[in-house]
Design a protein around this ligand. Sequence first.
Ligand code: SF4
Ligand code: ZN
Length: 450
Amino acid sequence: MPVICRTGCGKKAVLKRPKTGDALCKECFYRAFETEIHYTITKGNLFKRGDSVAIGASGGKDSTVLAYVLKLLNQQYDYGLNLMLLSIDEGITGYRDDSLETVKQNRDDYEMQLKILSYKDLYGWTMDEIVAQIGRKNNCTFCGVFRRQALDRGAAMLNVKCIATGHNADDIAETVLMNVLRGDIARLKRCTAISTGSEGTIPRVKPLKYTYEKEIVMYAHYKKLIYFSTECVFAPNAYRGHARALLKDMEKIRPSCIMDIIYSGETMAVKEEVSLPTLRNCVRCKFVSSQEICKACVLLEGLNKGLPKLGIGKSSKAKRMLAEYNSKQQTLLENGKQELDNNIAINNCSSNSKSCNSGLYSNENIELKESVGNKSKCCSGKCNNLNNKENVTSSKKINSLLKQYRINEKVLNSNHTSSNDNNEVDLLLTGQEGSCSETCGKISSLHLGF
Ligand code: SF4
Ligand code: ZN
């Protein structure tokens, strides 16, 4: 005997709702699914009339369903929202390149503006390149930190009021579990919030917070929505995967556990003496951070310095790594400077020996000078033609040293021609402090303040 839809509509039931166990027909399932999301939006005051909203779009089921349902509810309930899509291209071959094609399809189907920002453009690195450096253990740390900031950057470019993300009930329950397992109380407190964002930042909202993943899959299936379902090629080692497996096992026994875990996370009280981080702006990139320098900047600095593990793990370890790195760099620079000084002095004298007033050298002694290479035997820049810049730069050896130590020639020349007694040469191995721009995202040297 066919099962009749539980709502009493008289139609045949075609599915059992994972969240409630109700047998429903397709239309009643759609209505229940959409009405719950509408209720979540209105109860949580997620949007205001006239808001521009960026939907974080990955091409996956969650963001595709979110875009579809938000468009539908915006029309049905006249929210008055200006919806657009915002995608981040992490640079993961075989995953993101394909899923972005789905996002472009969503853009056309739902008639929404689409903005795509890539890690390569923002940070100078793709995830493929990062994984080649860091391996497949901490890749998601980089990816998650960079994505969070990339979404903020994209939202600022689109000038939107908020970012709607496709986080569903399963995602949030997993995060609660992960934070409990890690003892990360600060994140535990924040992770169940339906709307996040401190003053001066663009808030994130989660309209699918109470929507079960299984129902999202069902909805997309019955509505025949086009989405990308391949998992990230770097996903298997993610710590989240273990929390997910645990949750799925528990859901089989008791489906309501997802809502129960979220409820526990929402209502769990944090002791007053547990200090929570205060948010401020990163001194480098100006985006929100709980530290003087945000995690994205620290991770990026590590990558650019050839220390990809700099931002992973405890800050004491990072401090040690940085101290070792700085001491190696210092030695390298001192050696380079010494070698360069010797060669500049020799080059100036040997190429201009006719008019050298030092009396130390003559044409006949050039060979001797070069073989000795000793600054004390040279006039050390006191000869008449010392100010001749062309002579300074014409030396092949000096040019190769400049290249080797990446020393700015202009600085070298200006220092030498000023006859600075210390003969200080600015060594620009890592660029200049403060050259980071919010739009390019690239940073040069920085002093880490942990
Ligand atoms: Fe990035 Fe990890 Fe997600 Fe892949 S699984 S997209 S590497 S966070
Ligand atoms: Zn920063």
